[in-house]
Design a protein around this ligand. Structure first.
Ligand code: ADP
Length: 269
């Protein structure tokens, strides 16, 4: 996108000539397009759970319902309201990260315990997938922000569930290499086209093809997760085969003994 115009030059109100300006505004145009897309994604994503909350509340108010029905509708309302909260949190997170205002409260944490906690919530709610943990290490101690790391695993595990058919197996694999703890999240789902792999961690990016158009999302989860992992000195990678499944790999630097017991040296004296 090129913008062209003449600019008149004055010196103390005296016209001295014109220059022809030829500006490349592709970047500004892309930013504008992303903003428009953002507004339409946000409104759509907020509207879907909201209409469900409104619809079920109206239904409950308009009729006498049996207790089982009431419980079922209340469950849906609760789930959709929770989804609204997490969407709003995602929007706020990305804004905070861009402004460089995200705070991390880092302490010694056990990564396996965090992952187990995330899995427990899926084991209770989503029984349509099975989870399997493989581990070849017993070092899980990192210095990190437990809530933020939990959010990262929630994102990867919920994607593995969301983009896999019912009955799919999801493997979580822990291993250690050169002072880093690696975690694979492997699914047998839709997979990701090769040309999308490099764009996957860009905010608002969503793979657009017919088999996933019905699956809701904002394209923010992976961008937020990458920010968080990077802020912990770690990394993210993905390999995938379309129609077969995907493996996302996260790595985190393991805590050193000194980091785990910062007061040890003074105790020894
Ligand atoms: P969202 O799921 O809200 O669209 P994400 O940032 O979490 O956003 O993911 C970006 C895109 O990457 C998704 O739209 C989806 O197409 C693709 N994706 C992420 N995880 C998987 C997965 N496990 N299997 C297949 N596709 C995935």
């Amino acid at each position: 996108f090129i913008q062209m115009y003449y600019e008149h030059i004055y010196n103390a109100d005296k016209f001295i000539g014109s220059i022809f300006v030829h500006r490349d505004i592709t970047r500004e145009h892309q930013v504008d397009e992303m903003k428009n897309e953002f507004v339409s994604t946000v409104s759509h994503e907020l509207r879907t759970p909201l209409s469900s909350v409104l619809g079920f509340t109206e239904l409950m108010l308009s009729k006498e319902l049996k207790p089982e029905k009431q419980k079922k509708y209340l469950n849906t309302i609760y789930k959709e309201a929770k989804r609204l909260t997490s969407l709003i949190n995602d929007f706020l997170d990305i804004q905070r990260m861009e402004a460089g205002k995200q705070n991390y409260e880092k302490k010694p944490v056990n990564l396996k315990e965090i992952v187990e906690e995330v899995l427990d919530s899926y084991r209770i709610n989503a029984t349509k997938h099975s989870f399997f943990i493989e581990d070849s290490t017993d070092c899980y101690e990192l210095i990190g922000d437990a809530d933020k790391i939990k959010q990262v695993f929630n994102n990867f595990i919920s994607n593995a569930v969301k983009y896999s058919p019912n009955g799919g197996l999801i493997i979580i694999r822990f291993y250690e290499k050169q002072g880093n703890l690696f975690v694979d999240i492997e699914d047998e789902g839709l997979g990701i086209p090769e040309d999308a792999l490099s764009k996957l961690f860009t905010k608002f990016y969503r793979v657009d093809n017919s088999d996933r158009r019905q699956i809701g999302g904002t394209g923010l989860g992976l961008a937020i997760s990458k920010e968080i992992v990077t802020a912990h000195g770690g990394g993210v990678a993905v390999t995938s085969a379309l129609g077969k499944g995907s493996t996302f790999t996260l790595s985190f630097p393991l805590a050193t003994k000194k980091e785990m017991r910062p007061d040890k040296s003074s105790e020894d004296i």
